[in-house]
Design a protein around this ligand. Structure first.
Ligand code: HMG
Ligand code: MG
Length: 284
């Protein structure tokens, strides 16, 4: 039997947060519903962040409440602090994603905090989440390159990943935010992180600015990672990482994984419908 790989669909959050124009809530809900039909185990549907920082995500509550719930799919929301966590929980998130960075420059630009301060916020969230029995995934941004501080040392990524594990994140998603990491540097980064966490606790999150995201996925597969984030239609980027393109496109990732002999358990026709919808959102 083919080995399973989970694709975590992050387009409605990581993709739509970076659209120049604000997408109406009902179109976001329609996109999530189309993605649910494709059979993802997890879809990141919203973020509960400052609406002044990211106005594109200001309707997270309406999205979470408006979507249909497919049994077997967990609907995830990103929260940078306790305020965001409490809102995500109140509106029915099944899982929360917290975020920090492997560089000080990116932590400051993205979260207005030092890395240590972001970890303090995350500790507060994890305390509450533990009591709520809410699963929490941790993102580490800029795992190879930071737009402000330049190349990021693999040891920094390993240190921050270990901190997220120690705080209680069940999984650490390694964010190659800029999409400039070469397979060689992704390999070096993964070797360092794998000294701290086993591959079952890691996810790969590759943006595709340089068109090398699929190669980087293959490097991570070689190290035993079996969870990858992607955005339907290749939507997105990060508003605080100038020039970064969207995540690797879900449909391209699914195809590559199938070619490599992995099973993603996605419905290809439903995914094609969601991809068409995502492209229509990107084009206006
Ligand atoms: P701050 O300005 O330092 O926050 O921002 P503050 O605590 O001083 O609050 C300022 C205002 O924001 C207050 O409102 C708060 O109530 C409000 P005011 O009283 O002035 O009207 N506020 C909130 N409102 C709603 N929800 C909240 C919330 N928190 C505060 N949760 C803060 C600090 C963290 C809030 C800000 O920097 C922020 O929102 N950052 C998020 C930026 C973001 O969403 N970035 C993109 C997601 S991360 C990403 O894309 C990377 C990833 O994909 C992996 C990768 O590719 O690397 C995950
Ligand atoms: Mg991202």
């Amino acid at each position: 039997m083919a080995e399973a790989v989970e694709i975590v669909e992050v387009g409605p959050r990581d993709g739509l947060q970076n659209q120049a124009r604000i997408i109406p809530t009902d179109r976001k809900v329609a996109l999530v519903d189309a993605l649910s039909e494709a059979g993802f185990q997890r879809i990141e549907v919203a973020s509960f962040v400052s609406p002044r920082w990211v106005p594109q995500m200001a309707d997270g509550a309406e999205v979470l409440v408006g979507i249909g719930r497919r049994p077997g799919t967990r609907y995830m929301a990103l929260a940078p602090n306790l305020k965001g966590y409490e809102a995500a929980r109140a509106d029915g998130a099944d899982e929360v994603a917290v975020v920090t960075a492997a560089s000080e420059g990116f932590a400051r630009a993205n979260l207005n905090a030092t890395v240590a301060e972001t970890l303090d916020r995350i500790a507060t969230i994890l305390d509450m989440a533990h009591r709520d029995e809410m699963p929490v995934r941790g993102y580490v941004s800029v795992v190879t390159d930071c737009p402000y501080d330049g190349e990021v040392a693999p040891a920094s990524v390993a240190r921050v990943s270990a901190a997220l594990r120690d705080l209680g994140c069940h999984e650490v998603s390694l964010g190659e935010t800029l999409g400039r990491g070469t397979p060689e540097r992704v390999d070096a980064m993964l070797r360092a992180v794998l000294e701290e966490l086993p591959p079952e606790r890691l996810a790969g999150h590759f943006h595709d600015t340089s068109g090398r995201a699929l190669e980087n996925v293959e490097v991570a597969l070689g190290h035993g990672l079996r969870v990858f984030d992607s955005s339907v239609g290749g939507l997105g980027g990060c508003p605080f990482a100038p020039g970064a393109a969207g995540n690797v496109a879900t449909e391209a990732l699914a195809e590559r994984l199938a070619t490599l002999g992995y099973e993603t358990a996605l419905d290809r026709e439903a995914l094609a419908r969601a991809t068409a919808l995502a492209r229509s959102l990107r084009e206006g």
